[in-house]
Design a protein around this ligand. Structure first.
Ligand SMILES: CC(C)(COP(=O)(O)OP(=O)(O)OC[C@H]1O[C@@H](n2cnc3c(N)ncnc32)[C@H](O)[C@@H]1OP(=O)(O)O)[C@@H](O)C(=O)NCCC(=O)NCCS
Length: 179
């Protein structure tokens, strides 16, 4: 059987459910995606996911959301977490002003760790962001695993801000877009 990798940015319920299943392998409690929440965010911005598929099945994904300054600052201060993000905090990828974004999660099926899959996912993500011609000013994230922390430092040049209830808050920038 020939393997066919694809990137998609548009998700439906069945893909979201597959991503939630993947989350459950690595995350606990509120760090696991929630279908209702994801759909709430998608109702404002339907391009918050980058999904790597193999033969139409999810093997990895990135969830990355432009958010209001107000939510960004509260997240940075540790007073809210991803699951508190509501529809009114989500923005679209519009080029009117530099965007502050929340990197809610990245996950890759264990079978594809240490392969080109991560690179393919990351390139798909960069292409999507580039297509919008936006300036990403700063990125905030709650790293709940050691590997997540390592990736945040490596790919986003992220700096430790504070401890959160389930991990560590880091702030960075997408390195490939720094001029
Ligand atoms: C995050 C993830 C997508 C990275 O993909 P990957 O294919 O494992 O990426 P890499 O192979 O490049 O490994 C990333 C780095 O973590 C390191 N690493 C591997 N296992 C590790 C561990 N248990 N603890 C800490 N670092 C680890 C690797 O050595 C590598 O570092 P290097 O770049 O200095 O060599 C993948 O590991 C994953 O899905 N993890 C589970 C979900 C998760 O933790 N997401 C982040 C939540 S904050």
């Amino acid at each position: 059987m020939e393997y066919k990798y694809e990137i998609t940015n548009k998700v439906n319920d069945s893909l979201i459910k597959e991503m939630i299943k993947l989350d459950k392998v690595f995350f606990k409690g509120e760090d696991v995606g929630n279908l209702r929440k994801c759909k709430e965010w998608l109702s404002v911005n339907d391009d918050i996911y980058t999904v790597l598929l193999l033969n139409k099945k999810v093997i990895g994904y990135i969830n990355f959301i432009p958010i209001t300054d107000d939510f960004y600052e509260k997240f940075k201060a540790g007073s809210v977490r991803d699951s508190n993000l509501s529809k009114s905090d989500v923005l679209t990828f519009s080029a009117e002003k530099p965007l502050k974004c929340l990197f809610t999660s990245i996950a890759l099926n264990k079978k594809f760790r240490k392969t080109l899959a991560l690179q393919m996912l990351w390139i798909g993500f960069l292409k999507k962001i580039k297509s919008y011609n936006v300036v990403i000013d700063r990125v905030i994230m709650d790293c709940v695993t050691d590997i997540g922390e390592k990736c945040a430092i490596k790919h986003l040049g992220a700096k430790f801000i504070r401890k959160s209830s389930s991990g560590k808050i880091y702030e960075g920038q997408i390195k490939e877009f720094i001029k």
